[in-house]
Design a binder for this molecule. Structure first.
Ligand code: 6PG
Length: 226
């Protein structure tokens, strides 16, 4: 298991600003080192303001390759989709080439989207950074308690999810194995309602979030007292 590093913040604002600054600096360091920055985005509401802050990152947007950790099976452009949120808050406002934004074609259904995205990811052995959120029930991406998280070695890279407890029920997600194929994994956790899930994680309970490792450590940035 990767080493976990827990980073408390006093306020949601200081958490967001720190992540936006750190992400921009890390992206530029990756670009300097390897000429590319491969990033997997988290969905949900928490990252929205951080994504908006990233519009101001001074960087070479041509070098960014953006992927998604999970997607909701809704029509393209639906405001509840994770890619719609990332585009409206951030990606539509910076000169990041459209072909570098690798959406999960969740609108086409799992039978198409799962092998399609798995094939795309086969060309990306290691991400530079995976961003993840945490649900009150300790889910992350669309890996829910009681479902298959794809945590074992040899698990498929992409999973279809049916009957998710958080709507919409039909989703596509990267497995815990594939999310962990990254130089860095950052969980961004905001709100008092996440406190219990964080406590369970810290206590070593086997929750979906703790099934995600990285080639180095896993960083957890949070703004609630533990
Ligand atoms: C999604 C997610 C999910 C999310 C958490 C936290 O598509 O819903 O990727 O894992 O990150 O549920 O969501 P909030 O940030 O909205 O609390």
């Amino acid at each position: 298991m990767s080493q976990q590093r827990w980073h408390p913040f006093a306020t949601p604002e200081s958490l967001r600003q720190a992540i936006a600054d750190k992400l921009c600096a890390y992206a530029n360091a990756c670009i300097t080192e390897r000429g590319v920055f491969t990033l997997v985005l988290a969905g949900g509401e928490t990252p929205r303001t951080i994504y908006a802050m990233l519009r101001h990152c001074q960087t070479d947007w041509q070098c960014w390759q953006v992927y998604f950790g999970d997607e909701r099976c809704l029509p393209e452009g639906d405001p509840q989709r994770n890619d719609s949120m990332a585009c409206s808050s951030w990606l539509d406002h910076v000169p990041l080439p459209t072909q570098n934004i690798h959406r999960i074609p969740a609108d086409k259904g799992a039978a198409f989207a799962v092998p399609h995205y798995a094939q795309l990811l086969a060309g990306v052995p290691l991400f530079d950074l995976v961003l993840l959120g945490l649900g009150e029930d300790a889910h992350t991406a669309s890996l829910f308690p009681g479902h298959d998280w794809g945590a074992l070695a040899g698990s498929p890279a992409v999973l279809a999810v049916s009957g998710a407890p958080k709507p919409p029920t039909e989703r596509i997600t990267l497995s815990a194995q594939r999310l962990g194929m990254s130089r860095a994994v950052w969980f961004i956790v905001s709100g008092k309602n996440k406190q219990e899930a964080l406590r369970r994680w810290r206590a070593g309970e086997p929750i979906p979030a703790s099934a995600v490792n990285s080639t180095d450590s896993v960083d957890i940035f949070f703004d609630c007292a533990l």
